[in-house]
Design a protein around this ligand. Sequence first.
Ligand code: MSS
Length: 366
Amino acid sequence: APAAKPLPGYAGWKKADAVIVHSSTTIETKRSAFGTSVITPTDQLYVRNNLPSPPESIVADRDAWEVQIEGVKQPRRISVRELKTLGLETVTMVLQCSGNGRGFFPSKPSGTPWTVGAAGCVVWSGVPVRDVVKALGGVADGMKYMTGTGGEVLPPGIDPKSVIVERSVPAEALQDALLAWEMNGEPIPLAHGGPLRLIVPGYTGVNNIKYIKQLAFTAQESDAKIMSHGYRISPPGSKGDPSQPSVQEMSVKSWINSPLPEDGPQAAGVVQIHGVAFGGMHAVKGVEVSIDGGKTWKAARLVGPDMGKYAWRQFVLQAQLPKGTHVLASRATDMQGNVQPETRGENQSGYNNTSWADHAVTVTVA
Ligand code: MSS
């Protein structure tokens, strides 16, 4: 096996044996590291940066960080210090990269071949965007989108629109969105977007803008490349363009975290098959588990605290596994009755893989 890559400096505090370092800007949580405690520890959470990390100095004086609010009746800059006076909310949310599960596409799309570990369940605290909007006189007329801009210093000599991390979501998403300064009980580390991050519950990772420097209500979607051409659900073989759907709301999904083939052969007998399930925009209603590759299914039990509709649930099925090889799969259903599909939706860049078949695991009982 190739030697493990070292953790990049800005994420040097990550638990090295719990993650896979794909590159200096892409770090994945190992499937075996998710555990059963609902919340993903910050030192095991995945990292995805589209640009090099900003310097640690931006988190030296967190309260002094400012965000420009545009597209409201009274646009202006607001410091984190002032945001803390405007409101407070906490939301537990699955943060999941749009490309999580790309590694299961047989077409080997370009981009990081994440399997399940570009996701985690995180507690975020901050001010509701609706409270900020209210303090600034409300959304200006005719604004259809909420557009967040990342605070990276852009490389010189390149068209800013070609690299800037700027994403638009429908303006209605402001109802549940936060400008967050805390995650899992501590100030948001630089690697996860401190001092201030836009959290859009239910929306894929890329829409959750780190080190946010501008939040704008806009009439049009951003014309930054990452919005107009990147992160589009493009038919296989074609390039991204603004006519195709963008990666936004997440759909119902689950996967098994134990047992795994990497644990080695299992002893025959009773096993607790467990994993995580989430609905994206809706709470999880139930999860079924199959020990015969999807021929038959049994209802799993949801375990642990229910942290709200944007969080994931842990599920478990106790099963008796005889000697031999077994294909274990899980299939979640959300409160709207949407069922996790068997197959992935084919697309050029390998986004939004929710296929239960792709996420199945083959284990051997000795
Ligand atoms: N933000 C910013 N500012 N920058 C960048 O780069 N990225 C994205 C988000 N945000 C970015 C941002 C992505 S893409 C993702 S996933 C996320 O983030 C991640 O997170 P973490 O914390 O984990 O790192 Mo895919 O869809």
